[in-house]
Design a protein around this ligand. Structure first.
Ligand code: UT7
Length: 324
């Protein structure tokens, strides 16, 4: 398949009889903070260099993936004002599960006291957006409420003595209760999911290993796929850059976002960033930024929100949501 065409034909506006509502959002960050200044104690780097090259000031360490996922999910369930037993499916996007086997989602469901389907989704930093699209499919098939979580404990996979990767990654979780919207006001207007397995070795980790990365190549590929994926999603929704009220990109490196936005014509003013205080939290980064945008009141009923994820695989995923 041509790299530029994603294999997901879809109706541009409206994807079934049901609308979709992101009814409640929650976030969790472990309390331990690792600042850039802390890193300089054992690494030849500086706060100035890290901020300038990445936009990161600090990252969080500690916790477990299931623990952070559960904390974020509880907050999302409370914000959605639903009872946990109304959740019909748990999707946990993670690249750092508690165990190799089993998946972490069943443990999260159990902690929440809910008895429903639960599975992990591994699409690296694009995972939460993949999960949103899967949730939309389940809702189109008749489900009412799906919990889509992104949670990571990347500190277990990061060598904090390696200048190329140790400055980037941190832990966190974000969760969203995705509901059927009978009014049809809220919609997943379009999406774009893609991958290119040719680039597996630019960002990977062996079992029980640490993250290995060709940073420059990841940077280069990321800018290209963001531009292509966001363009595909907007075209499928019949929208232009000017129609988007807020963009929530994967929080990897502010320069990646700025470079892609320059090509696309987006402004940073319309972009929610939490990277400075979280570092790169892979699948958790987009729901963490969504939680922040809602807290700041940046999303209203009728807002058009574009999510753009990209990461190891390589994978990428964009989705355009009209807010209920
Ligand atoms: O979810 C996706 C996850 N991955 C990413 O987002 C990674 C994308 N890539 C990046 O973010 C960047 O490539 C990095 C931040 C990892 C590196 O930044 P860069 O601008 O690509 O730096 P570079 O690797 O081209 O290195 C430039 C210089 C080199 O020195 P010389 O050879 O010019 O003397 C490096 O040795 O910067 C040096 N350097 C550092 N200096 C201070 C590399 N890392 C550091 C560091 N502190 N941490």
């Amino acid at each position: 398949m041509n790299e530029t065409t994603a294999n997901n034909e879809q109706t541009p506006a409206g994807v079934g009889p049901w609308g979709l509502k992101l009814a409640g959002v929650g976030a969790a960050l472990p309390p331990k903070v690792l600042t850039n200044a802390d890193l300089t104690a054992w690494m030849d780097t500086s706060d100035e260099w890290i901020r300038e090259r990445t936009g990161i000031g600090e990252r969080r360490l500690g916790g477990t993936t299931s623990g952070l996922a559960t904390e974020a999910a509880r907050a999302a369930i409370e914000a959605a004002n639903v009872s946990p037993d109304e959740i019909e499916q748990v999707i946990l996007a993670t690249t750092s599960p508690d165990y190799m086997l089993p998946g972490t989602a069943p443990a999260v469901a159990r902690e929440l006291g809910i008895d429903c389907g639960a599975f992990d989704l591994q699409a690296a930093c694009s995972g939460w957006v993949y999960g949103l699209v899967v949730a939309n499919g389940l809702i189109t098939q008749g489900m009412n409420k799906v919990l889509v979580i992104g949670a990571e404990t990347l500190d277990r996979m990061t060598d904090y003595h390696d200048r190329g990767t140790g400055i980037l990654f941190g832990n966190g979780a974000g969760a969203v209760v995705v509901e059927r919207d009978e009014t049809n006001q809220g919609q997943l207007l379009s999406w774009d999911l893609g991958s290119n397995g040719q680039h597996v070795h630019i960002l990977y980790s062996e079992h029980d290993g640490k993250i290995q990365m060709d940073g420059r190549e990841v940077f280069r590929q990321a800018v290209t796929v963001i531009q292509r994926s966001a363009t595909n999603a907007l075209e499928r929704a019949g929208l232009t850059v000017d129609d988007v009220d807020l963009v929530i990109p994967h929080q990897a490196n502010i320069r990646i976002v700025e470079a892609a936005w320059k090509r696309l014509g987006f402004s940073m003013d319309k972009t929610e960033m939490v990277l400075e205080h979280t570092g790169n939290t892979s699948a958790a980064s987009i729901p963490l930024a969504l939680d922040s945008a809602l807290t700041k009141g940046r999303i209203d009923s009728g807002s058009t929100v574009l999510f753009v994820g990209f990461g190891a695989g390589m994978t990428w995923a964009s989705a355009v949501v009209r807010w209920a």
